[in-house]
Design a protein around this ligand. Structure first.
Ligand SMILES: [Fe+2]
Length: 307
């Protein structure tokens, strides 16, 4: 936040067939469809989110992530950060206001891990869905499925996560909350945050460059996560990992797949970080426990499937 980047704002996910994808993200994950645009993209949000949308689904030949966007303080900050990104040595593409409906101009760059990250300052403000600003009720009735509160973070795989860490920290003000080191001191995984969350982005060293591991959606609590696991079975949804706990972040998690094979995470809890706290460190030998605190080992599916 010290550079004016506030939080994750949106993710655009490629899906093979739009209608089954919409059903998955609304009826199962519990996001709310807000609108569709002329090219046929579908816009969604979690009920606590204050802007009109946070997830965009685009029908394409191949699954994966098009981009993750972060909200910055204001338009002057956006201009300044564009200048800083170019000075750091990345090319910055300006995308006109309205290309994403109800979103202002965006500045997009490619990270050293090969991912499109973009910044924006303006998006239509709606407030949370289903509760009023004055004297809000505890939660809105009419939520579906897992009742996801918000889009929370993405995990991205590629080469050169350390250069990406440097870019995100030096230019955009992210800081490292937790990381995994190899025996020879190389970063294998880096978790970064803009504020007090355990992570707003996760970077994993992988020679499958520029790939997408998952988008995560925040649920209320452990009970909600257990219920999410029940819903996955009730709907015969393709499962990666049943509800359990992470070592890294200490959050609770379940992983599953959308109908196009993109991995989703339902996530809750997790450590909080004040900015003066030094990052937690895990060693390569404990990677299994770091990821899945109870099983203490990684599954093939978790390691192998990327989109
Ligand atoms: Fe995650």
């Amino acid at each position: 936040m010290r550079k004016g980047v506030i939080r994750p704002g949106h993710v655009q996910i490629r899906v093979l067939d739009i209608e089954p994808a919409v059903r998955h993200y609304t009826e199962l994950v519990g996001l709310i469809e807000t609108h569709r645009d002329k090219p046929g993209r579908v816009y969604l949000k979690g009920w606590t989110e204050s802007e009109l949308f946070s997830v965009v689904l685009r029908e394409a030949e191949e699954a994966g992530m098009d981009f993750q966007g972060f909200k910055v303080r204001d338009d002057a900050t956006l201009t300044a950060l564009g200048r800083d990104l170019r000075a750091w040595g990345v090319e910055v593409e300006e995308i006109a206001s309205g290309e994403l409906e109800h979103c202002g101009r965006r500045l997009r760059f490619v990270t050293p891990t090969g991912h499109n990250i973009e910044l924006y300052a303006e998006k239509t403000y709606t407030g949370p869905w289903g509760i009023s600003r004055a004297e809000p009720e505890a939660w809105p009735r009419g939520l579906r499925g897992m009742r996801a509160q918000r889009f929370d973070h993405c995990q991205l795989h590629g080469l050169d996560i350390e250069a990406t860490r440097d870019l995100l920290s030096e230019v955009l003000g992210f800081y490292v909350t937790e990381h995994v080191l190899s025996d020879d001191g190389k970063n294998l995984a880096i978790f970064m945050s803009l504020a007090m969350k355990a992570h707003d982005i996760a970077l994993i060293l992988d020679d499958r460059h520029g790939k997408f591991h998952h988008a995560a959606f925040y649920l209320d609590n452990w009970e909600s996560l257990l219920r999410a696991g029940d819903l996955l079975s009730m709907t015969n949804t393709s499962l990666d990992t049943a509800p359990t706990r992470h070592g890294i972040t200490r959050g609770q998690t379940t992983y599953f797949f959308d109908p196009s094979g993109n991995r989703n995470e339902a996530f809750t809890g997790g450590s909080t970080h004040y900015p003066d706290q030094q990052p937690y460190v895990w060693n390569e030998a404990s990677l299994g426990k770091a990821i899945f605190y109870h099983h203490r080992k990684l599954s093939d599916m978790f390691m192998e499937v990327l989109t």
